[in-house]
Design a protein. Structure first.
Length: 350
């Protein structure tokens, strides 16, 4: 540097100083009489700044938690109950963020909302947001897992590990306490009269009872679907509970997608404290094709039922009380008019 006089300060910028370097400051000046140079330096208030200028922070997405498990349901009763994780972000660029579910899972931005394989958060600003995920319905029994991926906002991709299981409900022989993976296995291992409890759900495979068991669907109460044929014999009993007006939650239903062969089996109705109202219908069985009818009906209380086998349904109906049928005013007027005309005609003819 030249032209720097005593007691003047100056600033040197832009020098790249590697880490752990030795900094040497040398002062050189010419004598006034031109006889040589002198090396003198006075240092005061020296500040060396080795920090680089602040740089903008990188955009980032964050999830909490990053693992969700136990997205389970019984086979035939999906989807699973949803669970949620929190998504947030910092220094995002304001573009869309996309949440993508792995195969067999679904995501939504609200617990009771619409679930899909992808979810778009438009112009996401990073505000903490709940994302819901569930195991999709209609899956075969087994374990499922994968990663929910979240990308966008100029940030790196983040993931949430999800897993769940479609569980095959265990059929129980109430008399022996043994459990089985299929209805047919339970029947084959049973003795005559044993009660086979079939939890609500869907079961694949034909069922043939040549033992004479009691089928108890739903385990108080519920709906059971057999994807196949169901063949019963005269010694078979169907234990149907009717505790209210709503199928699957208040009364039992067995649905057979193939051929239902009743073979003169017994229908055993349990109503407990429930008193069915007049004129009520209960669809207790559905079928693809029907062969035969029930051989008899047992009841735990003296309630009259009509039973019909038509249109792919077996329906129990309580008769309508004729005295309770309301008559419109015009119908009553017409009835009394006809009666009056009949009496008048009879009087005239005499």
């Amino acid at each position: 540097l030249s032209g720097v006089n005593e007691q003047e300060s100056f600033l040197i910028e832009g020098i790249d100083i590697p880490d752990n370097s030795l900094i040497t400051i040398t002062w050189s000046s010419e004598r006034g009489d031109g006889s040589g140079s002198s090396k003198q330096i006075g240092i005061g208030d020296v500040f060396i700044d080795t920090e680089e200028p602040d740089e903008p922070a990188d955009p980032a997405l964050a999830v909490d938690p990053d693992v969700i498990a136990d997205l389970n349901y019984l086979h035939g009763n999906g989807p699973s109950a949803p669970q949620s994780f929190k998504l947030s972000g910092t220094d995002l660029d304001g573009s869309n963020v996309t949440v993508t579910a792995p195969a067999n899972f679904e995501v939504s931005d609200s617990e009771g909302g619409s679930y899909n394989t992808t979810l778009t958060l438009p112009a996401f600003d990073g505000s903490e947001t709940d994302i819901w995920v569930r195991l999709a319905a209609g899956l075969a029994a087994g374990d499922y897992d994968g990663n929910v991926t979240i990308a966008g906002g100029d940030a790196g991709e983040v993931t949430v590990v999800v897993s769940g299981t479609v569980v095959v409900p265990l059929i129980v022989n109430e008399d022996t306490g043994e459990t089985y993976a299929s209805i047919q296995d339970a029947v084959d291992d049973a003795s005559p009269g044993d009660v086979i409890i079939i939890p609500a759900g869907a079961y694949t495979g034909d069922v043939t009872d040549d033992v004479g068991v009691t089928f108890a669907p739903g385990d108080s109460p519920g709906c059971v679907t057999i994807n196949g044929d169901l063949t019963a014999i005269a010694a078979t009993t169907f234990d149907i509970e009717i505790f209210g007006d709503n199928a699957c939650t208040q009364y039992d239903r067995i649905s057979v997608t193939g051929t239902l062969t009743l073979g003169g089996a017994t229908l055993d109705l349990t109503m407990g404290s429930y008193n069915p109202p007049d004129g009520k219908n209960y669809t207790i069985m559905t079928y693809g094709t029907l062969v035969g009818t029930f051989g008899g009906i047992q009841k735990d209380k003296p309630v009259d039922y009509d039973i019909s086998y038509t249109g792919g349904q077996i329906v129990l109906s309580t008769p309508m009380d004729p005295t309770a049928i309301p008559i419109a005013p015009w119908a009553a007027f017409l009835l009394f008019g006809l009666m009056g005309a009949f009496v008048l005609r009879k009087f005239s003819s005499s």
